[in-house]
Design a protein. Sequence first.
Length: 319
Amino acid sequence: MKTILFYPVQVEFDLDEENNEVIKLFGRTIDGKYICVHDYKLTSYIWAVPYKNKDVDMLENSFKSISFKEGKKELKVKDVKIVDKNYLGKKRKVLQVFTHAVRDIQVISKVIKSYPEIEYVLGEDLNFQRYYLAEKDILPLQLYEVTGNIIHSKDDVDFSIDLQSIQNKDQWLENQKVLAFDIEVYTQPDRYPLADNDPILMISFFGQDIKKVITWKRFKTNKSWIEFVNDEFALIKRSIEIINEYKPDCLVGYFSDGFDLPYLKARADINGLRLTYGLNESQVKITKLGEMTSARIYGLAHLDILRFIRNVFSTSLET
């Protein structure tokens, strides 16, 4: 057993080499090593809210007997508990339905929803990483004492540990390794840049001990922090090298969810490059919900300052 002090920075839900579900807490030890804490003791459940005056005991027994095949896999409900909860300001008896795996939640939810006695099913659409942090009462960037065994891991970190116990030491990380970035792209007058047509001209980085502008548009300058490359392919490739070498705790941009990272991903694809900003040479993943895009980088926290302001501070800002 080994006991270490570390600051969790990023959390990921993943599958290990044997297809077991695991939560991975990436972070820094107090001496600056980059580590990954593996937690295999995961609890997954949903809440089933029955209509008023329905027989919750009957529903409990019925849910416990749920068993069916999904492809080659047999799915069962692990356990069911009747719990008194406040729901919409009123006391209600609800059913806490436990699943054997996080991956079973969506399928089990559909079965529960098919019961005519059930008014709502809650929790099936929660981000499991956020749920895990709340359930375990873990605050990113706070110091924790972790006990566990050193284990082999596929992740590109200094070492990994199998979590046995974790305790908050009530101390914040003061010197987070933050890397800010921005891109500038070519475009025609009076129209928005088009990723399938307009190349990236410049990428800039700023952080502790780093100040750099990379461009393939050459001009005379005596600025040592300006670096020239041959073309857009070399520009994107150099940005990958910088992020991988610097190994930031957090990558920060302004409208980077909505523009910078989706644009970089699109231009990387056009240039035949994998945008491997994440650990283990993993690519940036872009997801879209309606008109909103979001970027996720495996093992690396990403913060879009504009989205943060809109979501957190917008109600208190005058302009």
